[in-house]
Design a protein around this ligand. Sequence first.
Ligand SMILES: C[S@@+](CC[C@H](N)C(=O)[O-])C[C@H]1O[C@@H](n2cnc3c(N)ncnc32)[C@H](O)[C@@H]1O
Length: 216
Amino acid sequence: MELQQTTSGEYTLYIPSMDETYHSRNGAISEAKHVFLQEGMDRTKGNIRILEVGFGTGLNALLTAQHATKSERKVFYHTLEPFQVPFDLIAQIGYGTLQDDESLFNEIHQAEWEQKVAINSHFMLHKTNQKLEYVALENEAYDVIYFDAFAPKKQPELWNETLFTKLFNATKPGGVLSTYSAAGQLKRDLKAAGYSIENPPGANGKREMTVALKPI
Ligand SMILES: C[S@@+](CC[C@H](N)C(=O)[O-])C[C@H]1O[C@@H](n2cnc3c(N)ncnc32)[C@H](O)[C@@H]1O
């Protein structure tokens, strides 16, 4: 794993053996804000429960915590990550400094795994060191799902109807799943799982992304 600069200037992580980055090569922060805040969290109101598939660098968690405070909402944030990023890379990536809240970024990373930790009055964090395939998820527990796995071509085992059915069952009626991909097979699998699909424009000039809605 190594640091790679995006065309927006901030860093993301790059895995040479997969030839895959953790975020858009055209901007990590702009992508996270667009795909997960605007097209995920902002599609709901009030106090919510979010499930993230792939905690990674903690960027989505940081931006969500800041957004929760700013919009005076309370968020319970459950995130799955089987492969923790080494701390020296987290220390170098600089998202806390860029977002003007080094201490929030550090608290998110220092929070105990497998515990529900109140980071502040707006953000409760639960980090789970498990794969989506094996974790037990409570039925109809989440208002929003951030599906932020590596790309379908790089990690096909995470993009299939069986796992989307598992996520559908964990989504509250009226809840949403957002993801940066708009692959044809993804749309078919989400529909087969029971979601209805929207394809708004993606981040950083990408033509489409996917929002999946669970009917009420
Ligand atoms: C595209 S990156 C996520 C970036 C992250 N959301 C962030 O803000 O930095 C994909 C993440 O999914 C994790 N992952 C890989 N296999 C997984 C699995 N089976 N279940 C859940 N997460 C997985 C990876 O380790 C990686 O951290």
